[in-house]
Write a protein that binds this ligand. Structure first.
Ligand SMILES: C[S@@+](CC[C@H](N)C(=O)[O-])C[C@H]1O[C@@H](n2cnc3c(N)ncnc32)[C@H](O)[C@@H]1O
Length: 253
């Protein structure tokens, strides 16, 4: 189960308890280490399925031409690339990520694809966003919330920067439902992932962290409750692939 940070001055970093103030630095080291191999590793680890998850996630977002969108933990730009056509020439997508390396890989990839106009890049911590209240129509966060030390603070910030009627969407690993699948999933997570990490990214530890952080992340109902407590309304979720990931939605009313 997940645990709130700061209660005892510690939080989890994967399966390890660490001082809450240190998690951000440790997560930063993970993403700085994997930034250049991040896309390849995503394809290898998920057999390419992460692309379908992201397509579903963006295709079902509430967004229209001219909207201003914040893609938090925007990392390598996958979500921004998929949403870009939907906001049109009059719209803007701001990629916000705490890690300069991930943002720079994202900017290069989007630029290589000819995606320049209407995109902004801001290095920021989701727990304390440098944007005014009510400044976005949609805030997305894909595979980012799990890494944040104070998830309640990040969800509160998402609610704060949304305009009334705006939508919050979180795509994140979640809790697998089928009991028969759990051992298979555990084998993949704890045996296969670190080996893939060592072979293709020269880094087994970061991929061990990935598997552990998924197990520590709040499962579906708990995250739904957290989003409501953060000030979002009509919160709900959809499981994909039996709960390997879940798409959470909430609104600012
Ligand atoms: C697994 S990557 C996801 C990247 C991208 N959204 C995707 O789906 O491919 C997680 C990202 O979260 C970012 N991140 C971690 N903690 C963060 C925080 N507190 N605030 C903002 N971004 C954060 C990392 O730097 C990293 O780029």
């Amino acid at each position: 189960m997940s645990q709130p940070p700061h209660r005892s001055g510690t939080t989890h970093f994967g399966f390890r308890d660490v001082p809450a103030g240190e998690k951000q630095k440790l997560v930063g080291q993970v993403f700085t280490s994997v930034a250049r191999r991040y896309d390849l590793m995503n394809d290898l680890m998920s057999l390419g399925i992460h692309r379908a998850w992201k397509r579903y996630f963006t295709a079902t977002c509430q967004v229209k031409p001219g909207d201003r969108v914040l893609d938090l933990a925007g990392g390598t730009g996958d979500i921004a690339a998929l949403l870009r056509p939907r906001v049109g020439d009059a719209g803007t997508i701001v990629l916000g990520d705490i890690n300069a390396g991930m943002l720079s890989v994202g900017r290069d990839r989007l630029t290589d694809r000819g995606l320049v106009a209407g995109l902004e890049y801001v290095q920021c911590n989701a727990e304390k966003l440098p944007f005014p209240d009510a400044s976005f129509d949609l805030v997305t966060m894909a595979f980012g919330l799990r890494n944040v030390t104070d998830k309640d603070a990040a969800l509160g910030e998402i609610a704060r920067v949304l305009r009334v009627g705006g939508q919050a969407r979180v795509l994140e690993f979640s809790e697998v439902r089928a009991d028969w699948f759990k051992p298979v999933y555990d084998f993949h997570s704890f045996k296969v992932l670190p080996r893939l990490g060592r072979l293709f990214a020269g880094d087994a530890d970061s991929y061990r962290y990935l598997a552990e952080s998924i197990r520590k992340h709040p499962p579906q109902e708990e995250l739904r409750t957290m989003m409501e407590a953060a000030g979002l309304s009509r919160c709900g979720y959809v499981d994909l692939n039996g709960g390997i990931v879940a798409v959470h939605t909430g609104y600012r009313v």
